[in-house]
Design a protein around this ligand. Structure first.
Ligand code: NAD
Length: 501
């Protein structure tokens, strides 16, 4: 019998069991299984959907300001419980505690934005669109909505979704990553404490079986997904085929261009955090540097080598460390496999972190920073998302050559340019085929009151995540045209199309 604590589901305001399957949840810093998470079966997911469906009419009718107040209260509760939440996050994901705190803060900002929903839900009104006739558009909730989230931001990405969905009057079923599910569950419990009625937010833990149940159930009106591109594509196709509104954010391969006139020391510092922060397990991480000119490439490589030598790898609970472990053993092996392949394909491995060991944590999923020179298009380490601490330098002769590479890549999530030349930066921002662009900013993750979304195979769907796009995604426009006939405007039957002529 397994004695590990069991992570359950949150349905109708209660923690409940459901499903006969379960998997271990590991502490990546020790390599030990510390909990087990139940994997919901179809029936359990249907119970969660039924609860959300039943809660919807009353929640839809709740005044927006009252719904928003729950978000304000939740913001305070998240701040009060920050240490507890981040300890849970780091224990299951592995990222260093300061990074967990950063993730939580960006999540809280989404809750804060959702608390402005009454302002954001104001409609559009036009008086006298015809004689004594007024017209307005209002934004009505959809009903039961659902979210499926990845392992790499277990607190923040769910908060991109459900606070706004719920503040707009929908109810929600969340399916977090089964690799690090506890922190999202704790946030949902805090939301109940903040005043969400039972059923408005439900959490089901699980894998493909749970996801498929959400994708095919008629009661679910919309699906938000964040994860890898093959699954995003599957979610988009399946959800749309079942008549749902779907936004599916996928993977990435973000390039940073370094121009010859850039402040190299600044660029190197920025690249260190963007490439190796959170072990490279960020969809906005920078795994590729496009250096314009050999002198630029040489200077960047020298700077990176010097900084990597100072980096500290170890458990995320120790604040002295810069980089924690990768999330699972399977992922560690996959990332090391990419590095092996890069060497075989002819890239120059300048720094090899494959065999880094952390004393006292020999079973943890650690590796050190890896740095490649002479990475070229066509190599696997150039084409594919590695999602690990592996940075490659691509040498090009001109900005245009670098931009052509970026524009030809299948992903288009984020990119940035380091330069002192405003004209080059402006040209780059205008013509690059990528959804989020930084100028001397390595991780241009939009703030909560803008929206987050990549281009090309980094996003399937029309609307981005959070910010103003989320208000549109989680509502349907309804346009009402109204006249109250009085003696003065009474007309006989009119058979031609009404106009203002
Ligand atoms: P993943 O695609 O493996 O899993 C994401 C979610 O999908 C999880 O909840 C998982 O349980 C579920 N899932 C997995 N396989 C499934 C299947 N066959 N059918 C149905 N559901 C399935 O992604 P991950 O490894 O958890 O996260 C890392 C990926 O997420 C990276 O590719 C990263 O770039 C991407 N990501 C993208 C963004 C973005 O905003 N574009 C943000 C964060 C992460």
């Amino acid at each position: 019998m397994n004695e590990l604590p069991l992570i359950q589901h949150l349905i109708d305001g209660q923690l409940v069991a459901g499903g006969t399957r379960s998997v271990d949840v590991f502490n990546p810093a020790t390599g030990q299984a510390e909990k087990r998470v139940l994997l919901a079966d179809k029936h359990t997911v249907e119970q969660a959907i039924a609860s959300a469906h039943a809660a919807y009419p009353a929640w839809r009718a709740t005044p927006p300001l009252k719904r928003a107040r729950v978000m304000s209260k939740l913001k305070t509760l998240l701040e009060d419980n920050a240490e507890r939440l981040c300890a849970l996050l780091t224990a299951e994901h592995g990222k260093v505690l300061s990074d967990s705190m950063g993730e939580l803060q960006r999540g809280i900002e989404n809750v804060e934005y959702a608390s402005y929903a009454p302002e954001l839900l104001k409609g559009e009104h036009s008086k006298n669109v015809g004689p004594s006739m007024d017209s307005w558009s209002e934004f009505q909730p959809l009903g039961v909505t659902a979210g499926i989230t990845p392992f790499n931001f277990p607190v923040m990405v769910p908060l991109w979704m459900w606070p706004m969905a719920i503040a707009c009057g929908n109810t929600f079923v969340l399916k977090p990553s089964e690799r690090d599910p506890s922190s999202a569950l704790l946030v949902a419990e805090l939301a109940l404490q903040a005043g969400l009625p039972p059923g408005v937010l439900n959490v089901v833990n699980g894998d493909k079986e749970a996801v498929d149940a959400l994708l095919t159930d008629k009661r679910v009106q919309a699906i938000s997904f964040v994860g890898s591109t093959p699954i995003a594509e599957y979610i988009y196709a399946t959800g749309c085929a079942h008549g749902k509104r779907v936004q599916a954010l996928g993977g990435a391969k973000n390039h940073a261009v370094v121009m010859p006139d850039a402040d190299i020391a600044n660029a190197v510092n920025a690249l260190m955090g963007a490439a190796y922060g959170s072990c490279g397990e960020r969809c906005m991480a920078i795994p590729l540097v496009v250096a314009v000119g050999d002198a630029t490439a040489d200077a960047v490589l020298a700077g990176l080598k010097a900084e990597i030598a100072k980096m500290k790898v170890g458990p995320g609970t120790d604040s002295a460390n810069d980089m924690g472990p990768l999330v699972t053993k399977a992922h560690l092996d996959k990332v090391k496999g990419f590095v092996d392949q890069g060497v075989q394909e002819g890239a120059t491995l300048v720094v090899d972190g494959r065999n880094v060991q952390v004393a006292g944590h020999e079973s943890g999923y650690f590796m050190g920073a890896c740095l490649f020179d002479h990475v070229k298009p066509g190599m696997k380490i150039y084409q594919e998302e590695i999602f690990g601490p592996v940075l490659g330098v691509v040498r090009v002769k001109t900005l245009q050559e670098g931009m052509d590479l970026i524009n030809a890549h299948e992903y288009g999530n984020g990119t940035c340019i380091f330069t002192r030349d405003g004209e080059a930066a402006r040209y780059f921002s205008d013509h690059i085929l990528v959804g989020m662009v930084g100028v001397n900013v390595p991780l241009p993750v939009p703030v909560a009151y803008h929206s987050f979304g990549g281009w090309k195979r980094s996003l399937f769907g029309d609307l981005s995540a959070y910010g103003p796009d989320a208000v549109r995604f989680y509502t349907k426009r309804k346009t009402i045209t109204q006249r109250w006939p009085s003696a003065g405007v009474r007309e006989g039957a009119v058979f031609s199309f009404p106009t203002n002529r």
